[in-house]
Design a protein around this ligand. Sequence first.
Ligand SMILES: Cc1ncc(COP(=O)(O)O)c(C=O)c1O
Length: 500
Amino acid sequence: MIKDSKNLLDPSPEQIRSWANAAVELIADYLSTIRDRRVYPSTSSRQIRERLDSSLPEEPANFDELLHTFRNTLIELSRHNGHPRMFGYVQAPGTAIAAIADLLASALNANLTAWRSAPAAVEIERLTINWIKQIIGFNREGAGLFVSGGSMANMAALAAARRAKAPAQIQNKGAQSCAKTLRVYASEETHHSVAKAAALLGIGRDNVRLVSVNERHKINLDELVAAIEEDRAAGHLPICLVANAGTVATGAFDPFRQIGEIARRFNLWLHVDGAYGGFAALAASTRPLFGSIEEADSLALDPHKWLYLPVDCGCVLYRDPEIARATFAHEAEYTRVIGQEADEAFAFWDYGPELSRRFRALKVWMLLKSVGLQALGEAIEKDLACARHFEKLVQNSEDFEMLAPVELSIFCFRHLPARLKGALATGSSEREKIEKQLDAHNERLLLALQRDGSSYLSNAQLRGRFSLRGCVMNYRTTLRDMEILLGDLRRVGAQLEVSG
Ligand SMILES: Cc1ncc(COP(=O)(O)O)c(C=O)c1O
């Protein structure tokens, strides 16, 4: 029996101060030196496991030891998502203010199930959701909530779409109670979380019809209409159309206005996936893309992407909150709200899939209040400028080519080594063979770049071709970083040529 179990779980104020001060010192050191680190560590699963004490912790360890492991194992052997040349995937850097907000949220340990559980925290969430609606230009009557991420937001929206447009009995009797096959429409560039949501909701992956895209990677509207008409003629039930506000591979925006018209014409729920591009509404140069966003019935957003927040924080907005309520409300005695007025009887569990929910809104509120919209808009504008700068650098180079136009802050391109470029230009019958060699070369280059550690890219498959892909989503990234990235690729590429 450990003597001090109360003190171990409930330390003295002095103890809390000493732990927190040491941790905050470490945070300040880490964030102020992040640019000097390798983006990606050179390590292996085995090396990390060997550094961690795997024995069951029967006895308490000293806090200094834990912080030592954080500093020397966790920081040293992590990918640094806040590094200015971390261009992989759709990755935010996090911000210091949000790290502090998360600490405070955990200290308060508010559980945002319903107003009665966390009165002030729930009001902060309702307030920040309202701000987000205004930022995006979403319908004023709408409502929403924070969820774990874009995938969960897409799933909640699809659940609401199914409730609104398919027979209500599905809620209780399951999809098999509907004689018709439900159909969802989205471009082939849509994030896989939409198909996953369809699978989980019993709609079925195969019932998400993936429509081809044009040369700018936006949905082909004629094909979309033809697919809906074909399904109706076959006796299926089209329920939902998913439009992208920034696709994950290239950042393409589907044309909302026309898609809105099609949704209305066929009585479909219009869901917009803005997990990546939603907060581009804050930047003056991309704001016009959001012209018809109020047409949307639901919108998925990810403050843990382009609001620069640390994971996790997704957000779903519904134009008609009553449909969300009809989708998610479930009467149970243990959640029944007794004797309260409408505002205080409010419960987030009626509008989304989760019951217990952490206080995600605090970091959103602290960030928006402490930075302000103007500075956030400027930071996003600068990210866009970095991607456009990189596009120009590539277009003016002899040894790289763009594979997709830059619409937001994603850039897709490939390296053209001289030995393959010449062969490609001849337009010979060998073209497909050369293309395959280029795919293989760029794949090797990507791996070598990631191992090198100065810059980090990920990849995309565009019209069957392997593409290097970067996404600028970091207030630390500068135009100069884009030049360094190109230099890194040339340096690593030259090493590959030498090593064969
Ligand atoms: C367009 C798009 N939708 C959805 C998602 C899924 O978001 P999350 O990773 O927060 O679940 C992503 C992730 O990158 C995305 O880019």
